[in-house]
Design a protein around this ligand. Structure first.
Ligand code: PLP
Length: 381
């Protein structure tokens, strides 16, 4: 099956009781048993829920994996992955990553004795220098948030497989439509479902997809034992959102291309970060591992003034100033004071995350209107 067909059909069966074509919202915590232990596969909704099962199977299919495992947020999903490890284990993470992941790693799990090394990964071969006998996982995010760096997943997979290290990829920015890390050799793919998969800014959810049965068993155990599971109503909303994922991603990518080209020629714009440009340092890798380049764009302003960035974001009529990304509506954000405020300024600036950096999540509106909104706001600064 091709992607669009899978988005609509994979894992989704008509309801066995009524034939309802849409998976019902099984709003129930428990299930009646005929006799103790004699049940229909469902006992308690933290462990299993039919709406969640349908979504998990659908997500697995979209990532070409065998097992989908959903959590109550993206961070809940990452938290479950880290719980695979023990004190003294080392995890190598990209140094340019989602602020919440950085916070979870350094503020929560370092206290439990897990060791994190944050390293640049634009040159995948250089990761080898950081591998020790205690290295248990490599954590990759690509494209990175918000600098839009591209990491060569297949090249990192060669390093991790040879050293029996788990490779996990946060695939939130790309979505399964643009990139499938398991096909490139990753062991775990993680999503903040809140973003493109949900797609309508109405749900917070996370997911993991894996192929390996043993790894899946451990993660499902953690999912149930620690309990960060999503409710059936949210699972329903995501199933519904995913039915148009391919259509939305095509439009996000098309609009992204138009907006990136517009910003590139604007005299008030300094740097612009978007992997679709041939001048992007890892454009060739993006071209190889992604189906298209998506609608996430970051840029800085000539003069690098935070006040100018603020004025610009206050002047938008369509781009809404808000955290998050991946919804049908266009958003803008200021990583230095919003999503990445928990990362120290010196650390931020090392990777180019300066005070005038603005991140756009280009939505699926008409590109002409988005361009006009940018033109008008830029004229105010
Ligand atoms: C939002 C996000 C997360 C965290 O997901 P939540 O659903 O907000 O918990 C992780 N990684 C990336 C890249 C994100 O954008």
């Amino acid at each position: 099956m091709k992607f669009g067909t899978k988005a609509i059909h994979a894992g989704i069966e008509p309801d066995p009781a009524t034939g309802a074509i849409m998976t019902p919202i099984y709003q129930t915590s428990t299930y009646v048993q005929q006799s103790p232990g004699d049940h229909k596969g469902y006992e308690y909704s933290r462990t299993h829920n039919p709406t969640r099962t349908a979504l998990q199977n659908n997500l697995a299919a979209l990532e070409n994996g065998k097992h989908g495992i959903c959590f109550s947020s993206g961070l809940g999903a990452i938290d479950a992955v880290i719980k695979l490890f023990n004190p003294g284990d080392e995890i190598i993470s990209t140094n340019d990553l989602y602020g919440g992941s950085y916070r979870l790693f350094t503020k929560v799990y370092e206290r439990y004795g897990i060791i994190f090394k944050f390293v640049p990964m634009s040159d995948a071969a250089s990761i080898a220098d950081h591998i020790t006998e205690n290295t248990k996982m490599i954590w990759v995010e690509t494209p990175t948030n918000p600098m839009m760096n591209i990491i060569d997943i297949a090249a990192v997979a060669k390093l991790s497989t040879g050293n029996k290290i788990i490779l996990a990829v946060d695939n939130t920015f790309a979505s399964p439509y643009l990139q499938n890390p398991l096909d490139l050799g990753a062991d775990i793919v993680m999503h903040s479902v809140t973003k493109y998969l949900g797609g309508h800014s109405d749900v917070v959810m996370g997911a993991l997809v894996v192929n390996d049965d043993e790894l899946a068993k451990k993660l499902v155990f953690i999912q149930n034992a620690t309990g960060a599971t999503p409710g059936p109503q949210d699972c329903f909303l995501v199933i519904r959102g995913i039915k148009t994922l391919h259509l939305r991603m095509e439009r996000h990518s098309q609009n992204g291309k138009t907006i990136a080209a517009y910003l590139k020629n604007h005299p008030k714009v300094d740097k612009i970060y978007w992997p679709g440009f041939e001048s992007h340092p890892n454009h060739e890798i993006a071209k190889k591992q992604m189906r298209d380049y998506g609608g996430m764009i970051s840029f800085t302003l000539v003069g690098n003034k935070e006040s100018a960035a603020r004025k610009l974001m206050e002047s938008f009529q369509i781009f809404a100033l808000a955290e998050s990304l991946g919804g049908v509506e266009s958003l803008c954000g200021h990583p230095a004071s919003m999503t990445h405020a928990s990362i120290p300024k010196e650390e931020r600036e090392k990777v180019g995350l300066v005070d005038s950096l603005i991140r756009l999540s280009v939505g699926v509106e008409d590109a002409e209107d988005l361009k006009n909104d940018l033109a008008n706001a830029l004229s105010k600064i």
